[in-house]
Design a binder for this molecule. Structure first.
Ligand code: PLP
Length: 391
């Protein structure tokens, strides 16, 4: 994003559509696409493109194509995972139904759990994290019993980029319950992590295309064949009766193309982006007094994430000042109105309120350049000094 005057460091919010993805989608649309359920030629072509895309998405996830449900994005995938699993248990007459979710899940998961409490009367409890935002495995073991239906632990956090020890989470769950299902929200992780190995043992996995350079409005829920799922959309029975509604074929082509690029570039991209992120972190720590990295060194985080707290700064003011200077960053937890809400993620990590007020998330992506980082480093210290001086 260095060609214009904007330095875009908000890839965790959304990543610009990659040109290769736009080309693949344009090609798919170059001949009219029919409805994949139809029988004429345009419908047959749509069905072929949809199923080829499904095969590619399945391969990136190390799953069978039949496990892949196309959805409208990460939020719908999380709703289907949580409400679908819990709803199926309730409909199946389970004596007790309960869900455990980490206390740092995205609102798509948290609010789905809350809805399940209201709609189905299920029990919901949150799993504590430590000061770095990593789930507490002992607490997890204590929370699981025969009534536990679902455990939701994200692969990587959207605010801090912290990667959860998903393998150990799954081992702990399996050691304490033969029936509990595990759902992982891999929306943030998909660009840089090998999902086929990281999520192989999870029962349900959510993805979103626009976080990996694909189109907005396209997502996936991967569900193993033995996981009961109550559909949340009712209608024509598409996606093997699990998600009714005409599929977005061009969106599926775009998602498959974006994942193909991520898989082929992942290793190199992760190294390059992490080096740029580290340069940004070192530069800020050296040039701005009172800068704290929210997550301790040595804790696994996504390569593109840098979460810092600036002492004596109000994040809304800083984000505005940075935006005026062409730097796009985020407070990490905005609601639909754009207003910044107090971060429950940072609260769960025990970050002191005074630091939470100055918490900023910079997220780098595939198109971030050295020039972007140098520009950010040339701009941010001055913006902070001006704000501190004004108070
Ligand atoms: N889960 C995580 C971890 C996210 O970061 C997001 C989006 O920010 C979502 C779910 C929701 O995805 P979508 O924007 O595709 O609905």
């Amino acid at each position: 994003m260095s060609a214009c005057a904007t330095t875009y460091l908000d890839h965790a919010a959304t990543t610009p559509l990659r040109s290769e993805v736009a080309d693949a989608m344009a090609e798919a649309r170059s001949i009219p696409l029919g409805n994949p359920t139809g029988s004429h030629r345009p419908a047959q072509r749509a069905r072929r493109l949809l199923e080829e895309s499904r095969d590619e998405v399945a391969a990136a996830l190390g799953r069978d194509p039949g496990d892949i449900i196309f959805t409208s994005g990460g939020t719908e995938s999380a709703n289907l995972a949580v409400l679908g699993t819990l709803g199926a248990a309730v409909a199946g007459g389970a004596a007790a139904v309960s869900v455990v979710s980490s206390s740092v899940e995205h609102p798509a998961v948290r609010e789905s759990c809350r809805a399940a409490v209201q709609l189905h009367g299920v029990n919901w409890c949150e799993l504590a994290v430590d000061h770095d935002g990593v789930v507490d495995l002992d607490a997890l073991a204590d929370l699981i019993d025969d009534s536990t239906t679902l455990i939701a632990v994200m692969l990587a956090n959207n605010e801090t980029g912290v990667v959860q020890p998903l393998g150990a989470v799954i081992e702990t769950v399996r050691a304490h319950s033969a029936t509990a299902r595990i759902f992982t929200d891999a929306v943030q992780a998909a660009t840089f992590m090998d999902l086929a190995s990281w999520t192989a043992e999870a029962d349900l996995v959510a993805l979103s295309a626009h976080k990996v350079g694909g189109p907005v409005g396209m997502g996936v829920l991967a569900v193993g064949p033995t996981t009961p799922l109550a559909p949340q959309h009712h209608g024509g029975g598409q996606e093997r009766e699990r998600r009714s509604g005409t599929q977005d074929v061009a969106g599926a082509v775009g998602l498959a193309a974006a994942l193909r690029l991520s898989v082929s570039e992942r290793r190199q991209a992760a190294r390059r982006v992490a080096a740029l992120r580290d340069r940004l972190a070192a530069g800020l720590l050296a040039s701005v007094a009172g800068t704290h990295r929210t997550v301790a060194a040595g804790v696994a985080i996504l390569p593109g994430h840098l979460h810092v707290c600036f002492e004596g700064i109000e994040r809304e003011e800083l984000l505005l000042a940075l935006s005026e200077r062409g730097i796009c960053a985020s407070g990490g937890s905005s609601c639909a109105s754009g207003a910044l809400e107090p971060s429950y993620v940072l609260a769960a990590m025990g970050v002191p309120d005074a630091l939470v007020r100055g918490a900023i998330r910079f997220t780098l992506g595939h198109d971030t350049t050295e020039a972007d980082v140098e520009r950010a480093l040339a701009t941010i210290p001055g913006a902070i000094a001006a704000l501190r001086h004004a108070h």
